[in-house]
Design a binder for this molecule. Structure first.
Ligand code: HQG
Length: 177
């Protein structure tokens, strides 16, 4: 149940608000009553408690309810234009990116690109990066010289669920772990 709700929320709140009859504000928030209406239309749930459970149980803390409980958004991963207000932060010396063998040639030629998302997503540890890479096959872990990038003036943002975001990673900062 929460898995299906989670899939629908990810789709609407990141990629296709119109598919749920939703309008996101410029920082990605949608009104909870509109989201409840969309979930009811899909026959997924009519219970706000189910929505709250989905938010609380999301393995990667994908969603966020506003303090007053009136709005909901995805913490990152959007393809629609949103301006997520995560603070710029000093990254650790090393971050990690989990990918698969078939992407390595283009990655080492042109660097890591955001592809369909707004940012390149980097993980704080090898375990997390391995889970990310394993979504596509045998995970290959890349070690990113984040400290050196920051020193060169490249901005990093830290989302509230611990994912590091940056615009791109040039090949010089990437090594196979
Ligand atoms: C690859 C999930 C060719 C990149 C996860 C990745 C994460 C390139 C894929 C979050 C490339 C993009 C993000 C280049 C990068 N040429 N391939 N130049 N640059 N790639 O899904 O990092 O479930 O957009 O290696 O857990 O895999 O959505 O990014 O394989 O936290 O909450 O292109 O998504 O979280 O794939 O995953 P994605 P990602 P959620």
């Amino acid at each position: 149940m929460t898995r299906k709700i989670s899939k629908a929320l990810s789709y609407w709140l990141r990629h296709a608000p119109e598919a749920g009859g939703l309008t996101l504000d410029e920082t990605g928030w949608a009104p909870v009553p509109d989201v409840m209406a969309a979930l009811a239309r899909e026959g997924l749930t009519e219970s706000r408690a189910d929505l709250e459970r989905t938010v609380a149980e999301s393995d990667k803390q994908r969603f966020e309810l506003s303090e007053d409980g009136a709005r909901i958004r995805c913490r990152q991963g959007h393809s629609v234009e949103v301006d997520l207000d995560w603070p710029a932060a000093q990254p650790p010396e090393w971050l990690f990116h989990g990918t698969v063998e078939r992407f390595l040639d283009p990655i080492f030629a042109e660097g890591l690109k955001p592809m369909s998302r707004h940012h390149v997503h980097l993980s704080p540890d090898v375990e997390t990066a391995t889970r990310v890479g394993a979504r596509r096959g045998d995970a290959v872990i890349l070690r990113i010289a984040a400290g050196a990038m920051a020193q060169a003036g490249i901005v990093f943002r830290l989302s509230s669920n611990g994912v590091w975001l940056t615009d791109a990673v040039p090949p010089a900062y990437i090594a196979r772990d």
